[in-house]
Design a protein around this ligand. Structure first.
Ligand SMILES: Cc1ncc(COP(=O)(O)O)c(C=O)c1O
Length: 361
């Protein structure tokens, strides 16, 4: 297929796409018509529905996953002189959240088979000043929590990519001191931008509530404007109701990919019944850049699932698993609105790429 064919015949398939429909439009319209569009009753309803869904005592909404992380760290008393361990193989939101508090971010390497934090590597960095570990459940797969919990450092679970995922049948977000979620446009469920902190600690929940809004206070301390709006929450309520069906569709697409790619010389994503396939990540055993370019020519937008490893941002060496995962990983389209025809095009294009690059793999 040449470029001309692509332009004339077929639309480019995007790497990700939100799943929105008339129910979402109706819910948002109703809020606008009510005339009350800032944080109000609808936010309370979304928070209650979220707490019930997860089976947790407190769910507190925020305006992003990053602000959810920032407030959680502050509520845990993290600040200057403290250290917080995070993986190198993750987006820079984690680095920002730790830096906002004045604490020092410490990077650890990942387990190459799961892309999640490697507890043995984390252990090397634990000292008296280590106040927390942020544990992302990357690409929709739960991290192996037991060895991380054994380190006896308070854990914040980063569930931004893994709402609805489970570890030993237990939902992620219930293992640590707190869990944070993101509802960015292309996340598993969306409010456009938005976030949530879940916890069973009344103390942490109360501190987060205090810090996320500054207005109408008599005492002064630094507080934030990190509130979610009723417009966003209205979207969230409708999206949360569809979460199970979104995950079913993601798993079905992943099963199709697994079958189609089984015989190719690619390493497929880890299979785990609790995983929700926020991303479908292939280990190509070669640099993913030429694949991304070739697939773009075929009308399929793919990407490195992590844009740039944090240890390279911080000019640190010694993260071999992260380095390899960053270089060799390819994330291909997977989302509920991907049609069967689009899935076939993705499979056909990946298979053709595999033939083209056979000599390099
Ligand atoms: C693992 C992880 N943590 C945190 C975030 C930050 O969320 P937000 O973009 O809502 O601030 C993201 C967003 O991409 C993420 O993927």
């Amino acid at each position: 297929m040449n470029n001309q064919e692509k332009i004339v015949g077929k639309e480019t398939i995007p790497h990700s796409r939100p799943t929105l429909g008339p129910q979402e439009a109706k819910a948002v319209s109703a809020v606008i018509e009510s005339g009350y569009i800032a944080e109000g009753e609808i936010v309370n309803t979304f928070e209650s529905a979220f707490a019930k869904f997860l089976g947790v005592e407190y769910a507190t909404s925020t305006n992003s996953g990053t602000s959810a992380l920032h407030l959680t760290l502050l509520a845990m008393g993290v600040g200057q002189g403290d250290e917080v361990i995070i993986p190198s193989y993750v987006c820079s939101a984690l680095l920002n959240a730790v830096n906002y508090t004045g604490a020092t971010p410490i990077l650890a390497d990942i387990n190459p088979d799961t892309y999640n934090l490697n507890a043995a590597d984390v252990q090397r960095f634990i000292k008296k000043s280590t106040k927390a570990i942020i544990v992302p459940h990357l690409f929709g797969l739960a991290a192996d929590m037991e060895p991380l919990l054994e380190l006896e450092v308070p854990i914040v679970e980063d569930c931004a990519q893994s709402i609805g995922a489970t570890h030993h049948q237990r939902p992620v977000g219930l293992f640590g001191v707190a869990g944070i979620f993101s509802f960015y446009a292309t996340k598993v469920i969306t409010t456009g931008e938005g976030g949530m902190v879940t916890t069973n600690s009344s103390d942490i929940a109360a501190r987060i509530r205090d810090l996320k809004a500054y207005d109408k206070r008599e005492d002064y301390k630094i507080r934030f404007n990190y509130k979610m709006t009723d417009i966003q929450a209205a979207l969230g309520i409708v999206q949360l109701k569809q979460l199970r069906s979104f995950i079913r569709r993601r798993k079905k697409i992943a099963e199709g990919y697994n079958r189609a790619f089984y015989d190719l010389r690619l390493k497929l994503p880890p299979t785990d019944t609790g995983q929700i396939y926020f991303r479908y990540v292939l280990d190509l055993k070669m640099d993913s850049r030429p694949w991304i370019q070739e697939l773009a020519r075929m009308g399929i937008t793919c990407d490195r699932p992590i844009h740039f490893p944090l240890h390279q941002n911080l000019k640190l060496g010694g993260y071999p698993a992260t380095e390899k995962a960053w270089k060799q990983s390819l994330s291909i389209p997977i989302y509920p609105t991907l049609t069967d025809e689009e899935i076939s095009r993705v499979i056909e294009s990946v298979t053709r790429c595999c033939e083209k690059f056979a000599n390099f793999i």
